[in-house]
Every structure is written in structure tokens, then in C-alpha cells.
Design a protein around this ligand. Sequence first.
Ligand code: ADP
Length: 545
Amino acid sequence: MLGLMQSQPLLISSLIAFAERHHGDGEIVSRRVEGDIHRYTYRDLARRSRQLANALDGLGLERGDRVASIAWNGYRHMEMYFGVSGSGRVLHTINPRLHPEQIAWIVNHAEDRVLCFDMTFLPIAQAIHAKCPTVKQWVALCDADQLPQDSGIPGLVSYEEWIGGASDQYAWPEFDENTASSLCYTSGTTGNPKGALYSHRSTVLHAYAAALPDVMCLSARDAVLPVVPMFHVNAWGLPYSAALTGCKVVFPGPALDGKSVYELIEAEGVTFAAGVPTVWQMLLNHVGSVGGKFRTLNRTVIGGSACPPAMITAFQEGYGVTVLHAWGMTEMSPLGTLASLKNKHLDLPEAERMHWLQKQGRAIFGVDMKIVDGEGRELPWDGKTFGDLMVRGPWVLDSYYRGSSPLVKDEHGHGWFPTGDVATIDADGFMQITDRSKDVIKSGGEWISSIDIENIAMAHPAVAMAACIGMPHPKWDERPIVAVALKPGAQLTREELLAFYEGKTAKWQIPDDVVFVDAIPLGATGKMLKTRLREQLADYRLPGL
Ligand code: ADP
């Protein structure tokens, strides 16, 4: 027997329609590429998204055609989120920090028909346009008078001129909720990038889940700053959750340095911000150096790579800002787990609460997870046994776009996505990443978590960033070393840092050496790029070998 409730498809257009009707005067503030601050409302966003949809119709684009963006976080990019997907096309967000050759590869793989770019990325468009024959319209996300006369890109138009002439009347089409809505490629640190193709259903369900109290706890009373880029897993879904809750949105544009982010937080009354640890390190350094405080910021979600416990403490004790440590992946839309406490943890002393807060956290409803051994047998949730982390759920990838399915079937025939992470899960359901399977250090048959070694170094006041990698060793297979970038003006010797490890971890896990570097190489999404670090240290030999 079927239920007798209305069956209405979950569509992205319903988010923007809702925001316009119920939060029409809700503010969206953007720092623009031009440097100024732009303000408008959900009502304006909805109107211009409809104009964009009409402009796409005008180009004769079919349902399912891909429309690409190479853009910072800003209002025009948000219009693409709703105008492109809402009208049944697929928004393909491209990471501008990839090499132009890789970008051209992705554009061709996705067979993008339109490509819209911020003026910052004009050189990328100039470098790749001749290699991307599927793109029939190039659009610069700028005013008509900002359009360069001699760009060399045939038919280049300004976004404002392109959508400006289009009608703002548009009836969002209804279609199957499993229709593709957006496409995001993994950063491809190993091999060619792979495309995760999200659906309207997966996106709307993820938007609901992200807003839950134990997740990001978003409401119409929040002012949200997504520092995490809209070109990387849809800014963790925040543009969609924002429309669903009607919160104020503050976009940082291209200015991601500590000073600019801090000024925006204070000027716009930001209550909630989201980003990767490297960005928050810059923010903390800046606020510390000017002796600043946060007037309104009360919580921040940090994820994408392990958040050092020292950062959680610095936010909490220094500024009264709660850190929510989150874990996810491009293949998971991206949210999987988030470390928020349960009732029974509340009466614990602060130091003990840290035990849970520093973990990657509990599964969000909609994500099922397990850890397995090499033979696929499920391992206990005791907080100690570690294994390969597997997930499944309605916003987890089934197959890669024009690629294969990585799923592993269990005895019930259910497909699980192998995350490539090694983790423990404790009796309260808190998952903790030990490492990415390719980064874990195997020493004398035991495993050393590079994240643990990095976290200890990061707690030293002189250390700005630390990366731990394994080096080949004839007896132990591998031994850990830690590469360290110091804070400006700070001094630290090898011996001092190694002494700092004493008593904080088992003796055999203490790194064999410290290598001082000017900077730790970062990848396209602001994460440490250990492959590059290994290349840089190709001639390195462990002491005594
Ligand atoms: P890529 O870096 O290949 O683009 P993603 O951006 O999707 O892929 O990154 C997903 C990976 O990032 C996870 O599998 C995990 O290894 C790592 N990661 C994400 N969040 C965390 C976290 N909070 N702690 C540790 N690792 C994390």
C-alpha cells in the first residue's frame, strides 16, 4: 500500500523559490573581484537566476547540458547555482587552482557548453579556449564596461550584458528529482580527476541535513561566511542550505587572507564561518597579531583536512568560538560526520571534552559508515581498532561521471563507497581519521598516524604548519620525519622540537628527524600536498643511513 501524501520532486529550484517568498529581503553580501562590497537580497538573487535561465534557453541549451564556472564565492556564482541547475542544466564548478592543462582536460571530459569565469581567471580562459571545442559561449562574470576588448576569445560576452536583456519571468520546470544538477571533479592528486555528478535529490537532502542542529545548526538568524570555495564541493552545500534557512550570506570573493576575512566577519556580523584549517590558521595569526576579538562569530566548521586540536583550543579559549570539526569528501556532497557532543559529555571537564571534539565526529543521519579489515570484515567500534572507512547513503556517489563504480558490495548486496581513509570508531559513534591510507606510516609492522605527529608539532607555539611523511628505512620499512614551517620571526631547533614530543606520544612514534622548510606545499583546495613534499625531499636520507 502506498502512502497518500503528495509526491513532489525534491528540486533545487524549490530552494530559491522558497527563499524569495519567505526571506525575500534576506541579505547577500559579496566582496567582489573589483574590490568593492556588493549587497542585494534573496529577491534579487531569485530574479537574476531566472534571467540566467532564460539566457541559457536563448543559447538553445538542452536539459542536462553542462555549464561551467571558474569563479570565487560571490553573488553571480550563486545565481549560477540556481539558474543553471534550476532550469535542468548541470552546473560544473571548476577549481581554478588546477593547472590549465588539467582544467582543459576537465572541460573536455565534461563537454561543457558554456563557461563563465571571473576576470581574475581571464588568463586561464585565454590559455584553454582554443583547446575546448565543446564550449560554444564564453562569459566573463563582469559588467559590460569591464569586458576586455582584445581578449582573443571569440564571442566573449559580459555576464551582465548577457543576462541583462533576458526576461525575469521564468517558470522553473518540474522533472525527476534524480536528474543531474551539478558536477565537481576531485582534485586528482593521484591520476586524472574524477567527476562526482550530484542530483537534485541528493543536493536537497544534503541541504536539509547540513542545517540540522547537530550539524551546522543554520537558521534565519545566522550570518554565514562560506570561506570554503564554491568551486570545491559546492562550498560544502552552504549556498543551498542558506536558501533553505534564509540566513544572511557573506561571500569573501578573492580576498582570503586573515585581515580581509576578519574585517568581513566584524563588519557584517558573521555568526558562522566554514573553511579548511590553513585558512583559519591565517585568520588566527592575524587576529592574534592585532589583539582582536570576535564580536559576533560564535561557531565555525573546520574540515577538509584534520583540524589540529591546538586550533580548536585557540578558537575556544582565546575567543569563545566553538569549533565543529567535520569530515567529508567530494564523493559525499561532501558532509559525512561532524564532532558535536552528546548530552552525556556536557558535564565533563573541558579537557575531557576535547577527546571527542578533536575527532572527525558522528555520522549525520543519511550517512551510514563502517570500518573493515583487509578482507572486508567489519571491525568493532571500540575507539582503538582501525580499519578502512566505508560509507553509503543518498548523497554518496554511486559511479563516477563517465567512469566506473568504486562501490564494494556487502553480503546484503548493498554497495559501500571506500573512502580511502583509515579510521577508528568509538562506542559513542565518534569516528576518528587515523590517516589517508596512502599517508599512513608503516614502521616495523605497526602503523603511525601522520595526523597525530602533525598535531603535536602544531601545538608548539613556534610552528606555523607541519607535515609528517614516512621515509624508507632498511630495518623498519618506514620511519616518520616531520617537515616544519615556522611562524614569521620564530626560532626553533631540531632538538627542541623532538624534545617537545617526549611524553606526548609513544617513543617509537616520535619522528626520526625534523626538516625545516620555508612553506609546506599546498594543493588546489588548500590541503597539504604530501606528494609534492616527497618530491622536494627526494634526496633526503634519514640520519645515520
Ligand atoms: P581531494 O582532496 O582528492 O579533492 P576531497 O577534497 O574530497 O578530495 O577530500 C576528501 C579527503 O580529505 C578525505 O577522504 C580525507 O582524507 C580528507 N579529510 C576531509 N576532512 C578531514 C578531516 N576533518 N580530517 C582529516 N581528513 C579529512
